[in-house]
Design a protein around this ligand. Structure first.
Ligand code: Q46
Ligand code: ZN
Length: 309
């Protein structure tokens, strides 16, 4: 197969685009897809300070590099979740990546800074580990971006991730989540802007991007992911995509163009009722936010009192 752009031998085929690419044209394609997503959804301004949440995986490290190559002032944020060897090794990949390039990396460690890890939070809050983890990430990423003066928080969610989340939300008609499912969530009091610039690139394209640019990333999955619903949705969608290339993109972009607006009112209603958490000041519908409640339960403090020692 030849590269559809320059006719050199192709190194990858992207069936969704019905195209093959050589190394150089493929890397240009990845940069163009990110640029297109940023412009189309008004994700970033040229002078924004962007904080990229990096996990050590292909998507977040690839995203950080692409944003820097496109000229954005982008720094990294790594959150240590305390998930055994997986966290130790993912932290090493992130640090080596940032050090090799001399890029700024912020680090937050859940256990040493908040007094609990994902397993303890999950047990205390009676939530599945991924739910406790998602809650912690949302809270800490937002807090770190605001405290360090960033205008936007970028995450490495790719097209496959977004398709799987959309699939799950549609299966259960989670209307408020559907209203929130968008590649850009604008800033609001207490919330930094959140963007997903990889929405036009698949998992496979991100893996190829990292291999072709020599990015060393953690290949093993988080051990907590095994058997979760999200992975099941990904497998089902991969099967559909295999038979009918382009289905995932049609599903996600069709929703964003023709479905998303219909669910927006659910989010507005929910946001109107928010007020600052009495412990951390993050916006919350109650007195104490869900993260502070989980932390208090996990460390055995009465809810509503944060020890200062
Ligand atoms: S890190 Fe956290 Fe994921 Fe691990 S515990 Fe679940 S949500 S699977 S992206
Ligand atoms: Zn709080």
């Amino acid at each position: 197969m030849k590269c559809g752009r320059c006719k050199a031998p192709a190194v990858i085929e992207v069936r969704r685009h019905n195209a093959g690419y050589c190394r150089e044209c493929f890397l240009r394609h990845c940069g163009e897809q990110v640029k297109r997503a940023i412009e189309h959804f008004d994700m970033l301004e040229r002078n924004d300070r962007v904080l990229v949440a990096v996990s050590g995986g292909k998507d977040s490290l690839g995203l950080w590099q692409i944003l820097r190559e496109l000229g954005y002032e982008a720094d990294g944020l790594y959150l240590g979740l305390g998930i055994g060897d997986y966290s130790d090794s993912s932290g090493t990949y992130v640090r080596e990546f940032a050090n090799a390039r001399g890029w700024t990396l912020h680090e937050v460690d859940l256990s040493s800074e908040y007094g609990f890890d994902i397993e303890e939070g999950s047990r205390a809050a009676k939530r599945a580990p991924c739910s406790a983890c998602g809650l912690s990430k949302r809270h800490i990423f937002n807090e770190a971006a605001i405290n360090n003066g960033y205008n936007a928080l970028a995450t490495g969610h790719n097209l496959d991730d977004e398709a799987a989340v959309l699939f799950g939300n549609v299966l259960r008609w989670e209307t408020e989540f559907l209203g929130r499912q968008h590649p850009v969530l604008p800033a609001a009091p207490g919330f930094v802007r959140k963007v997903k610039p990889l929405i036009r690139l698949s998992e496979r394209e991100m893996a190829a991007y990292c291999v072709l640019t020599g990015i060393d990333y953690i290949v093993e999955e988080c051990p907590m992911a095994a058997g979760n619903r999200h992975l099941g949705y990904k497998t089902a969608l991969n099967d559909i995509e295999e038979r009918s290339p382009g289905s995932k993109a049609a599903f996600v972009f069709g929703f964003l163009e023709r479905g998303h607006d219909r669910f927006m009112s659910e989010v507005d209603d929910a946001r109107e009722e928010l007020r600052p958490c009495t412990i951390c000041a993050a916006p919350t519908p109650g007195d104490v936010c869900a993260f502070c409640r989980m932390r208090a339960r996990a460390v055995g403090e009465p809810i509503g009192v944060r020890s200062t020692s």
